[in-house]
Ligand binder design. Sequence first.
Ligand code: 164
Ligand code: MG
Length: 369
Amino acid sequence: MKIDKVKLERLKMPLLSPFETSFGTETEKEYILVSVYGDGHVGYAESVAMESPAYNEETIDTVWHVAEQFIIPQILKAELESPADFSKLFSWIRRNNMAKSAIEGALWDLYAKQNGISLSKALGGEKEEIEVGVSIGIEPTVEGLLKKVEGFLAEGYKKIKVKIKPGIDVDRIKAIRETFGYEVPLMADANSAYTLDDIDTLKELDQYGLIMIEQPLAHDDIVDHAKLQRELQTPICLDESIHSVEDARKAIELGSCKIINIKVGRVGGLTEAKKIHDLCQSHGIPVWCGGMLEAGVGRAHNIAIASLSNFIIPGDTSASKRYWAEDIVEPEVTLSKPGTVAVPKEAGIGYSLVQGKVDKYLIDAKVYR
Ligand SMILES: O=C(O)CCC(=O)C1=CC=C[C@@H](O)[C@@H]1C(=O)O
Ligand SMILES: [Mg+2]
């Protein structure tokens, strides 16, 4: 694969409604759209880093910097056999996984387009459709939360994920169970808001039959999570703590979790995501695809990776209209039937960019040759 040109574009899109987690509130989303050009095709990817280093240590600016200074110059000189070689080429760069993933993802889309196959197929995906869930932020009121849950259940979403933090946890879960019953596939995501001192609260959640609790303890911990998992019936799912297949191996060996949330950006790209998927599969650990409030291109990548067979649990791969009044891709990501998204069969990501919409939200751009 010979790359002729790389383009970075910074976009800012308003979210339909604010999204609050234990670490902050988002009202709009800024992200970098990457385009790589080669052999008459263009591959696209979206960086999922946020404006501030609150979810992880990266930001939009660090992604731009690392891509511009270190990754793009080397990519323009390299001859890659396949995007699977990318991680070896850039193993000298420590971490900066979201920066690596943004470029690597665009190379995967380009590779799939050059070979006339879907990104799903290029990655070894088997499913023609994926079941999807939805993530709900910390709503200002219980009534507001219940209203949102009701709406998403009506759309058929197959998993409801609710953000929690100390003081806004058991009451919310209890209210959902009392209103909608125990049949609803329900989980909580704490984004590292608790410590082992909160074990009584976390144990209280056991009675509500959650399918999992996501990242209850520190973002860089796997030891205390193992202690906690021994005390809880509810499976622990790790998100922030897993950056690589090696992290996943250690967490599985320690018993720190029973489920892993794979976010392509967090783990440095699709190749590493697939390795984690395969490792988990061989250990009987189900995985699901997390989200980072992606717009269409990032969503398309998530759909492709979620088509692999061990993505057993519905991911946060909801439809475009979950977050956006309008998306920058055509067609928008929609539910093909309730709670289900069809995996595109067209070459590459299977969604096209709508140039007018990219231009509408564009705040910066640069081309590298
Ligand atoms: O729908 C999505 O894209 C998932 C949203 C979501 O839950 C998250 C997005 C970004 C950072 C976190 O708050 C979080 C998560 O931890 O999974
Ligand atoms: Mg999470």
